[in-house]
Write a protein that binds this ligand. Sequence first.
Ligand code: SF4
Length: 274
Amino acid sequence: MRLLSITESELNKLLTFELGDGHLIEAVHYRGDTLCISTQVGCHVRCAFCASGRNGLLRNLSYEEIVSQYALARSLLPVKRIAVAGIGEPLANWENVRRAFEFFRSEGLKVSFYTTGFPLGNLSQLLDLPHNGVSVSVHSLDPRTRKEIMPLGGNVEHLISFLKVKLPLLTRKKRKKVSLAYLLLKGVNDSREELVRLGQTALELGVGVTLLYYNKVGSFEPVSQQEYEDAFNLLRGMGVRVTLSTRFRKDKLGGCGTLMVRKHTDIYREEVKA
Ligand code: SF4
């Protein structure tokens, strides 16, 4: 495995790695000290808004391939935190991800996760780990809408039922590190009714909400800045703890759903050749 290229935007650095079998994966360095890493080549969840899952899952990354993203990045850039939020669903490659987590902790790194939540048995194990944040991507609490935007993301009602049982077993401190991630897609999941349902669910579970801004890579439309702020104010008004996308995630190289977009374009091929 080798570092093939680093593409810089104003805020982030996109690192492209070539694996031993020729597959390409990506990691993003942002906020000056955080590395967002990949866990799979492709992704089986096939979120309709995401470039990474467009071609489905090609294979899991090995333990060595997961930790090597950090080892290669840290030789060039400062890394204090790992976000397991790049290409792939970490719970679908759980044994390798769990081993990598232990390695990162032994290096003194803070480690946070983004997951769609399935398999639930692995989510249960993840929530028990000494992590620094788990964001569970729901994106809609309406099963039909969720299936439309996350076709193989699992049944959202089962996910919420599981969290209702699991979260009260965690300490209050641990529960505060869990949030529901929600990507606002204009005209799809941004109605007042959907947002109120999201707020009520978060309050019932005792967790916060991370409102994500869409980096347009597919056929969906992002909400406007005003609509984004209105959604934030609605949830805040309900008493929900809400975190907004940071400016780093809004950056064009900086968010879930933007990784591997270049793999499927001629521009990417040209960049690699250059
Ligand atoms: S958003 Fe995450 S879970 Fe969904 S297809 Fe992309 S990488 Fe997979």
